[in-house]
Design a binder for this molecule. Structure first.
Ligand code: ADP
Length: 315
């Protein structure tokens, strides 16, 4: 058996992940499975076995090695519900993936898990393998898992902090394959559930979402305090539903005033990451499972994602 030909076949079968050695009639292959999911790992192993057999090997041994992918969490949080936290989490994850990031999306919002709908994965149940969940694919180039895929709607409502954190563990410790960044949609609010989750799964940083109203900003301040308590850096504040674009005449008005969130961010010493307008198109696209960030003409979420990417790059 020609070792060069064998290596060429094995290379083709594994996208260059395998090294083959001929030892008599036997072939030994070392396969680097770093970043592959369990299913991809099995597939790659079978592919190199077949390639070696095709090259004439009668006995093939495959040793699979893998470096641990270091994964970080980015929390998307808000002091209260209904401010667009889930919308922002979905669109930031999609925008990061579009920019070439290896991203996964974790929906930990036990009070109203909406990521399956936002990401067009409603009704899809994740399978488990070796007691590890397998994230489900989405049409937008990134895998996701939602607490809503594990429990009946409404069941998680009464969970206390430690229970919720335990369930979050199953999501975070799933088989995320090559994803090195997990965007985490946290439950809204600043209670014991959120603090336990944040302390246990220490995100690398947090993005706080707020609407322009004063009350929401007070809630945003509480959210910032929660992350400060847990020693998690604030990546920045995003103002959602900022300015209203009239669908009829196009005029942009600011029913809740303008610049409040930006001024507040400055006062609090946290970066201001941008404004997302209140736009009916965002709601209808979200309800239809088509995140606006997936569109080529997205000018709203991409700039926020770019700042998030820059922040992560400096860590
Ligand atoms: P949260 O996760 O904070 O509870 P959601 O992301 O679920 O909030 O948003 C609440 C509702 O507001 C959803 O119907 C969503 O489509 C809508 N929404 C969020 N952001 C915007 C926006 N910028 N423009 C229009 N509708 C929005």
């Amino acid at each position: 058996m020609n070792e060069q030909e064998l290596q060429a076949r094995v290379d083709a079968a594994s996208e260059g992940r395998a090294r083959a050695r001929v030892d008599g009639g036997r072939v030994g292959i070392v396969l680097d499975a770093t970043g592959l999911s369990a299913a991809q790992r099995d597939e790659a192993e079978q592919a190199v076995r077949r390639a070696a057999a095709d090259a004439g090997a009668s006995e093939v041994r495959v040793a699979v090695t893998a470096e641990r992918v270091r994964r970080r969490l980015v929390a998307i949080a808000s002091g209260k519900g209904g401010v667009g936290k889930s919308t922002l989490a979905a669109n930031l994850a999609v925008a990061l993936a579009r920019g070439g990031g290896r991203v996964g999306l974790v929906d930990a919002d036990i009070y109203g898990p909406s990521q399956p709908r936002l990401m067009a994965a409603e009704g899809v149940r994740p399978e488990a393998r070796d007691k590890q969940l397998l994230p489900v694919p989405t049409p937008y180039g990134l895998p996701m898992l939602s607490i809503g895929q594990l429990v009946e709607p409404g069941r998680a409502l009464a969970w206390r902090g430690p229970m919720a954190a335990g369930a979050l563990g199953q999501l975070v410790e799933a088989d995320w394959g090559a994803a090195d960044t997990l965007v985490l949609d946290l439950p809204p609010g600043t209670g014991d559930v959120q603090l336990t989750m944040v302390q246990k799964y220490k995100p690398a940083g947090a993005v706080i979402v707020s609407t322009p109203q004063d009350l929401a900003l007070i809630d945003a301040r509480r959210a910032i305090d929660l992350f400060n308590t847990a020693g998690v850096p604030i990546i920045g504040l995003v103002e959602n539903m900022a300015g209203y674009a009239c669908p009829h005449c196009g005029e942009v008005s600011d029913p809740f005033g303008r610049g409040g969130a930006e001024a507040e961010a400055e006062r609090l010493g946290v970066p201001f990451l941008g404004r997302v307008p209140l736009d009916i198109a965002i709601r209808t696209a979200s309800d239809a499972g088509k995140p606006p960030a997936a569109a080529d003409d997205d000018r709203i979420f991409a700039p926020v994602a770019a700042q998030l990417r820059d922040w992560l790059a400096t860590r």
